[in-house]
Write a new protein. Structure first.
Length: 184
């Protein structure tokens, strides 16, 4: 085991344990951390899918206003954009699909345009404690906002069982890609 410090330990003058304790003690920091964990777990999932030939390649994006991942399907010139979210921490199994902030001049800007991404990936870790488990859905199958029909609704119910695979939600991304995005 190396005695070298992580760059964050050096930057903040805290040990790794102190940094983890700070994250654990602060709600907003935990929410941010859980979002990062979901994206890292989805990256691992996409890496396996690429290795198995389910996708040609992918990129991840950490930019405001941009989707989280871009997939390139095998033998297909089209791309599939993915937005990654965590399941809500509530009694019902559901996902909240909206941005963190809205523009002061546009109250609808907090809601996602229906064309912003093709797939929503929902990490179930908050509920199942298995941060590798996801549900996937095509944005085309999600309900729209009542006041802004070009936007997606905020709340979406997820299947109660650990295995989705119905007409909207899928527990396997490859199955969703085959059914909803067949190679042209």
């Amino acid at each position: 085991m190396s005695n070298s410090q992580h760059p964050l330990e050096i930057e903040y003058g805290l040990s790794a344990l102190e940094l983890l304790d700070a994250l654990q003690a602060r709600f907003r920091a935990r929410v941010t951390l859980e979002g990062a964990v979901a994206e890292v777990q989805l990256t691992a999932h996409l890496t396996r899918l690429q290795y198995e030939g389910g996708i040609a390649r992918f990129e991840s994006h950490d930019e405001d206003g941009k989707h989280d991942f871009t997939l390139h399907l095998p033998e297909d010139k089209n791309i599939v954009r993915i937005e990654c979210k965590n399941v809500r921490n509530s009694k019902r199994l559901q996902v909240e699909i909206q941005k963190t902030r809205a523009s002061k001049n546009d109250p609808s800007s907090r809601y996602y345009d229906a064309s912003h991404f093709e797939i929503i990936a929902v990490c179930l870790g908050k509920k199942t404690r298995n941060w590798k488990q996801f549900f996937f859905a095509s944005a085309a199958d999600l309900s729209h906002h009542k006041e802004y029909p070009e936007k997606l609704a905020v709340m979406h119910s997820l299947p109660a069982s650990g295995n989705a695979d119905n007409e909207i939600w899928f527990s396997d991304l490859r199955t969703l890609l085959r059914k909803k995005f067949p190679a042209s």
